[in-house]
Design a protein around this ligand. Sequence first.
Ligand code: ZN
Length: 288
Amino acid sequence: MPNDNVPIGIIGGSGLYEMPGLEEPQWRRIETPWGAPSDEVMVARLGDRRVAFLPRHGRGHRILPSELNHRANIYALKTLGVRWIISLSAVGSLREHLEPGTFLIPSQFYDRTKRSAEHTFFGGGIVAHIGFAHPVCGTLQRLLFEIAQSSGPASLGGTYVNMEGPAFSTLAEAEENRRAGFDVIGMTNLGEAKCAREAEIAYATVAMVTDYDCWHPEHDHVSVALVLDCLRKNAERARRLVADAVPRIPLDESCDCHRALKNAIMTPRHLWPKERAGMLGAILAPYL
Ligand SMILES: [Zn+2]
């Protein structure tokens, strides 16, 4: 298993297809047993730390949320040695006080996708059930919030509801999501977070509010133009946040996220089908 000792991964969402400012950038094509990731992965350096950057939708934005291969994306980062992922994602706000421009660091995800079978590395003869009550790494979440706070409006906690897309919500859906108590809405993070947890990678999201979805009577309904306009204004803040966060991530293995599979695998090792175990190689390595 290749492991290049790149401990930190960054996944950039809409509007974040490059990470200028990283040193010695090198785009690498990585094939995984789960297929190809969204794009080549940029391996670079930030100070004395190595980081890997992956544009979630590919450079040029070519991949729909429901077409994303989260398994390949996470597995590619895993093979580089990534133990911590900062996810940068554009979201719509479902709350008056979460104005466009706010960076929310959510605590929870809620799944409204129809693709949960694609959001796991397990199956095919090897069964595992990871704990996912707290889908976000608390250590990374607090660090990202502390830094986000120093550069503009920021909010800690709350729930990100993951819709299927690609169309934005109907008004009825937006109202229902508000009644359910959700705070922001996006199309990508749930599957990504689940695969990261199975891969024992600590994961947290910076949800960058770009619009008020379609429920707010005094604001324009969400559109691509509105999202991109807000993202352009936020991209520099997001890059600075990453640059400030990377040196402060504790690179020890103190977090439970790094042991998520410890008591999660049901199938005894002697029953693991060889082919599937091979596909899970980078993930199962600590348990062999
Ligand atoms: Zn953690």
